[in-house]
Write a protein of this length. Structure first.
Length: 338
């Protein structure tokens, strides 16, 4: 047993003890530019694999001669939702060690509101995230533009066409379901709900006082959360739940010729996946704090105190003591900072 433990400890990767030879790396430790690079690359990975799997499902396999359809019905949606889930997981692994892998303007805003992220970094992060998603979309297009052209030719449509063009546009960005009609308020609600749950899960996963994942399982659990949201709330508006994930590729498709399908989008939809996630993310911060966070803080304070433990209540403390600790936590943590 001891030999196994020693082996595991020795095999754990350790940070480099000195900078790379010939590289001036001092700026990387403190510079906002290093964080922007990490967010940029993480978002490139996010879109390269997320939009990439949609490209495979929509035009890749169908136009390659390998198969007529990748899956029938719901099976194709499952492929896309799981593809996006793993794309998120891999992107978080790439950037997580530098920035915590926000990869989402709504996440950056939420942690700023919570008090765990400086407001001065909001705009640089947003720029890096949108630029990374734009670049990821360009990468997918560079790989699949022949398949996109073949699909358009086979269906006698153009990318900018109101009907048909949305099919290939869906590789990159989102649009509302036809049954919503012009009710963009319902699409907005969909984005608020989806992002609310995303941030609720992220806040729980990243809270050390909660049942946070052990070791480096956090990115995988975030990916699972994205998969569940996609399966449950993905149809109304395509579950962007990330302003950069939608706006960056949308901007690319506008440049690449999708025209009004990109901006302003069906029923002027383009703003919905930008505003909705921001609202949902902020709501999640407040709800998590008051429903879960303050209780965890109170219990942590109580466990660290010197109060004798009375009759067992499941935690070893009376409800009166827990309530008193909770009241103290509310007073001490009135702002959303931990």
């Amino acid at each position: 047993m001891s030999n196994t433990t020693e082996y595991q400890m020795e095999s754990t990767p350790q940070p480099a003890s000195r900078p790379l030879m010939g590289v001036k790396s001092g700026w990387r430790a403190t510079s906002i530019y290093a964080e922007m690079i990490a967010e940029f690359l993480g978002c490139v990975v996010l879109i390269a694999f997320g939009a990439g799997v949609v490209a495979v499902a929509v035009v890749g396999l169908t136009e390659s001669g390998r198969t007529a359809v990748i899956f029938n019905g719901a099976g194709g949606w499952l492929l896309i939702t799981w593809g996006w889930a793993f794309a998120v997981t891999l992107a978080v692994y790439v950037a997580g060690g530098v920035t915590g892998a926000h990869l989402n303007p709504a996440v950056s805003l939420a942690f700023a509101v919570k008090g765990d992220f400086p407001w001065r970094k909001i705009l640089p992060y947003w720029v890096a995230q949108v630029a990374g998603c734009f670049t990821g979309a360009a990468l997918v297009y560079a790989d699949y533009f022949r398949a996109i052209d073949a699909w358009n030719a086979a269906h006698h449509v153009a990318s900018y066409a109101a009907k048909g063009g949305l099919t290939t546009f869906s590789i990159f960005a989102t649009f509302p379901a036809s049954y919503l009609g012009a009710h963009m308020d319902l699409a907005l609600l969909d984005q608020i709900i989806g992002t609310f749950f995303l941030l609720l899960f992220i806040l729980a996963i990243s809270d050390n006082l909660n049942l946070s994942p052990q070791s480096n399982m956090g990115p995988f659990m975030v990916g699972i959360a994205v998969a569940v949201i996609g399966m449950s709330y993905g149809v109304d508006a395509g579950y962007a739940i990330n302003p950069a994930r939608d706006f960056g590729p949308r901007l690319f498709t506008w440049v690449a010729g999708w025209g009004s399908n990109a901006f302003p989008g069906p029923h002027d939809y383009w703003w919905v996946p930008v505003v909705g996630p921001m609202i949902g993310a902020v709501l999640a911060v407040y709800v998590y704090k008051w429903a879960i966070g303050l209780t965890l803080i109170a219990r942590d304070q109580l466990l660290k105190s010197q109060h004798p433990k009375p009759a067992q209540d499941g935690m070893g403390y009376s409800l009166e003591q827990l309530q008193a600790a909770l009241d103290r936590a509310k007073q001490a943590h009135g702002p959303l900072a931990r």
